[in-house]
Design a protein around this ligand. Structure first.
Ligand code: PMP
Ligand code: GLU
Length: 381
């Protein structure tokens, strides 16, 4: 039988980051020693107290469905965390999701329909584009490559890109894939445009806890933004909990009500005992600070090593990624790097910015040194 597939799915490709990581695993299974700098995943185990809380929750019988939006205790704890960042939300304005990716998916499905304009700041994380295309939206992209990935000097370009037709703008600071943290002046510029053109803004803050000497401002705290910002965060990165699948979003109650319908008809809820582990995660400080310190050391190491090879990068202030300038044909560069040097990276074109490769430096210092040495030896630097 020949199945007929929807336009919706044929508009998108599988996630490039996950695809390259799968290729690296395949090569490893064939016996190759691959330095995998592709997927964005902390290389630390989940802190022990969080694992113990998950186990204890299972033992205590927290294994059934929960309220679709998530257990009340966790939504209360999330509301407290958001309030500490200056964002006021009741528990009715929060949905707990299996990963921030699901949160973004639900928001986009609730807000974007055929022909709606969505603006992205490039380079932008791979799944924003795919989610918008699946919803039928049209993308307008603002390139930040010319401004060292900073938004403030590119506000004129953003102004030229948005209009009354713009439905949604996605801001991700600290950014995946650049590690840029946008200045307050940049966020105020976003606010002015969002208010002027009545635009809803997603503020994806999944790397907010991973910064080096800067304090990122939450967009929703700016005057005029509370009723038009949807704040997304999750546990994957800050608490090294990628496989647990836990995230959340907070926004105006009418959006939460609409997105909540999608949530209840798709995932039902996030996993019960994982939500209990999430409660413990929100109390966890020291292991997080240790991981952030390690990422900062590694950032410095990679910037220095690249500099030794004459490669200049825009120094990231957050997350654990950096964009390395490579050949114009970044796809060929990345394919060659994995085949010849067995170093896995992600082509910038997957993020809308050709001519770069994204390195995730969530790997040990030894592996980072090994990876850069191999790239240099094989003529890729
Ligand atoms: N937003 C950004 C910018 C990301 O890099 C990721 C990484 N996976 C996510 C959202 C989703 O994360 P998760 O679903 O693991 O919470
Ligand atoms: N967000 C991470 C990355 O960009 C994990 C993979 C994914 O979800 O795309 O590598």
């Amino acid at each position: 039988m020949t199945m007929e597939f929807t336009d919706r799915v044929s508009r998108v490709e599988p996630s490039a980051t996950l695809a390259i990581s799968a290729l690296a695993t395949e090569l490893e299974n064939e016996g190759a020693d691959v330095v995998d700098l592709s997927v964005g995943e902390p290389d630390f185990p989940t802190p022990e107290n969080i694992v113990e809380a998950g186990k204890a929750a299972m033992d205590a019988g927290h294994t059934g469905y929960t309220t679709s939006a998530g257990i009340l205790e966790l939504r209360e704890a999330i509301a407290d965390k958001l309030a500490a960042d200056g964002l006021e939300h009741t528990t009715d304005e929060i949905i707990v999701t299996p990963g921030a990716k699901q949160a973004l998916y639900e928001i986009v499905q609730a807000l974007v329909e055929d022909g709606d304009e969505v603006v992205l700041l490039d380079p932008a994380w791979v799944s924003y584009e795919a989610m918008v295309k699946m919803a039928g939206g049209d993308l307008t992209r603002v390139d930040l490559a010319e401004t060292d990935f900073q938004l403030e000097p590119a506000l004129d370009d953003l102004e030229a890109a948005v209009s009354d037709e713009t439905e949604l703008l996605v801001v991700n600071s600290p950014s995946n894939p650049t590690g840029a943290v946008y200045s307050d002046a940049a966020l105020e510029g976003v606010r002015d445009l969002a208010v002027e053109h009545d635009i809803t803004v997603i503020s994806d803050e999944i790397y907010k806890e991973i910064t080096y000497g800067v304090e990122p401002t939450s967009l929703g705290t700016l005057e005029g933004m509370a009723d038009r910002t949807v704040t997304v965060n999750g546990f994957s990165k800050a608490y090294s909990m990628t496989g647990w699948r836990l995230g959340y979003f907070a926004g105006p109650e009418d959006l939460i009500d609409q997105a909540g319908k999608l949530h209840s008809h798709s995932v039902s809820s996030a996993v019960n005992f994982v939500q209990h582990a999430g409660l413990e995660a929100l109390e966890t400080e020291e292991p997080v600070a240790e991981m952030v310190d390690a990422f900062e050391d590694r950032r410095d190491l990679v910037v220095d090593l690249l500099d030794d090879h004459g490669v200049d990068v825009a120094e990231p202030e957050g997350a654990f990624y950096m964009m390395v300038p490579v050949d114009d044909d970044d796809q060929a560069w990345c394919e060659g790097a994995i085949e010849d040097a067995h170093v896995a990276t992600v082509p910038g074109s997957a993020f809308g910015t050709p001519g770069y490769a994204r390195i995730s430096y969530a790997a040990s210092a030894e592996r980072l040194e090994e990876g850069i040495e191999r790239l240099a030896e094989e003529g890729y630097l």
